[in-house]
Design a protein around this ligand. Structure first.
Ligand SMILES: Cc1cc2nc3c(=O)[nH]c(=O)nc-3n(C[C@H](O)[C@H](O)[C@H](O)COP(=O)(O)OP(=O)(O)OC[C@H]3O[C@@H](n4cnc5c(N)ncnc54)[C@H](O)[C@@H]3O)c2cc1C
Length: 426
């Protein structure tokens, strides 16, 4: 099997790239020349995983099947996990895909490529903390669904317990930890509305951050406002507190023990250890080192998004954000289309930081926007910030579904929520 362009990883960046290329090449050429590989059968935009975990978003409604996206956007799709790469011979190997009983669904395959783009994302970073395996992570849709199932069981247990309390400890006060805390509080509030007074229980959330403020990568004003908003919702925010060990039922920290029924690890990022096996230069956290054209150390192999380490503003790296993956997908689409026509684009990739937005629940957000020409930093909060945050999600859908279908989908989801409620309790 040969494709001119193979993209491994159909996430925020890889899927947008495949869709752009396929649509540009059209139904006949796109399917013949562009292949997207993912180890999952459906796509879900990763920044919504905290909502799936809290039950305020249904993964089955939100998820979009890759084969359908491939048909609509004129590219080919293969289910599989990257298992080997021979950069010199331009061959990649996809490992076997097995069903839940261990039976082989799809055998191992070798695919030859003209150009390869690695867009395999990243996971969280436990920094070698002992016992971190006891904590939930939010790396894939399946993690979020597993967490949700555990949360529902914990809700039931707490509402019939003598203590009438459920404790959740979240490690990491970055966007994931902050957004998850706010979403869990809203899910709990919504649940309480449907419970009698006998069954009501308290939700105690501890958000633990090693740095001296949450959202440490964002301006101080945003950290302070986000902390205030969370504390108003009764989230215990512990900053300058390092987790030294995770146990099944508690965190050991530099500020003492934090008992918890559920623990979530949402700190740091690290790409897959397997990335070291592909013969490409990688950094300390297993990201593929790329130059300002997103080329890895092997010719004709590119990397984008969270799995790529691309220099920015001197010694910093382009941040691991959906916004960066989106911009890199746009850049590589131009480079790869030009290459198919035997042209070359010499302009380097330049990351533009448009600011950051963090969701603090259904009707509240917070963030900063960078003024394009003035370079000034604008603070936004409340409903406006939340709408802007939601527009990022819609933009992603627009890139893979087109404007009309995105509008229909958004309306359908709104109506569904009106009928079934926001919280998914099954
Ligand atoms: C809860 C949460 C909230 C977030 N909120 C925000 C936010 O508000 N704003 C923001 O900008 N960013 C946010 N992020 C970060 C953002 O999700 C990532 O930066 C972005 O998704 C990276 O895109 P990507 O294309 O590099 O990888 P991903 O979107 O992670 O996609 C990687 C894809 O590769 C596939 N894959 C992985 N390994 C293999 C393999 N070996 N073989 C085949 N396929 C493979 C995966 O199945 C997946 O589909 C959030 C992240 C989380 C977890």
């Amino acid at each position: 099997m040969h494709f001119d362009i193979v993209i491994v990883g159909g996430g925020a960046g890889g899927l947008e790239l495949a869709a752009r290329l396929g649509r540009k090449l059209g139904p006949r050429q796109g399917r013949e020349r562009v292949l997207l590989v993912d180890r999952a059968v459906f796509h879900i935009w990763k920044p919504t995983l905290h909502e799936v975990a809290a039950g305020t978003l249904d993964a089955h409604q939100e998820g979009l099947s890759y084969p359908v996206l491939a048909r609509r956007n004129h590219f080919s799709f293969a289910l599989g996990e990257l298992a080997g790469l021979d950069g010199e011979r331009r061959l990649l190997t996809l490992g076997e895909t097995r069903d839940e009983h261990g039976g082989v669904l799809v055998p191992t395959r070798t695919i030859s490529f003209g150009r390869l783009v690695l867009a395999m994302g990243s996971g969280s970073n436990s920094f070698g903390t002992p016992g971190a395996e006891h904590a939930h992570v939010l790396e894939h849709a399946s993690d979020a669904q597993r967490f949700h199932a555990k949360l529902l069981a914990a809700f039931a247990r707490a509402s019939f317990s003598a203590e009438k309390t459920l404790s959740i400890a979240i490690v990491g006060g970055g966007a994931t930890g902050v957004e998850l805390s706010a979403e869990l509080i809203e899910a709990h509030n919504e649940l309480l509305e449907s419970l009698g007074s006998e069954q009501r229980f308290r939700l105690d959330i501890a958000l633990v951050e090693a740095a001296d403020r949450i959202l440490a990568g964002l301006p101080e004003q945003i950290s302070a406002q986000a902390r205030l908003a969370l504390e108003r919702k009764n989230v215990r925010v512990l900053t300058a507190t390092r987790v030294t060990e995770v146990r099944r039922d508690r965190l050991l920290t530099t500020a003492g023990e934090i008992p918890a029924d559920i623990i979530v690890w949402a700190a740091g990022i690290k790409a897959a250890d397997a990335n070291r096996e592909f013969g490409l230069e990688t950094n300390r956290i297993n990201q593929f080192v790329v130059n300002d054209r997103l080329e890895t150390s092997v010719p004709n192999v590119y990397a984008l998004g969270d799995c790529a380490a691309c220099r920015w503003q001197g010694d910093k790296l382009v941040p691991a954000r959906a916004q960066a993956a989106h911009q890199q997908a746009g850049y590589l689409a131009g480079v790869l289309l030009a290459a198919l026509q035997e042209r070359r684009i010499d302009a380097p990739f330049v990351y533009r930081d448009f600011g950051s937005l963090v969701s603090l629940g259904e009707n509240k957000g917070i963030g900063n926007l960078m003024g394009g020409l003035s370079g000034r930093n604008f603070f936004v909060e409340g409903l406006i910030a939340k709408w802007m945050y939601m527009s990022l999600h819609l933009n992603h859908h627009r890139a893979i579904l087109g404007t009309g279908k995105t509008a229909v989908l958004a309306l359908a989801r709104l109506l569904q929520q009106r009928v079934s409620g926001r919280l998914k309790l099954h």
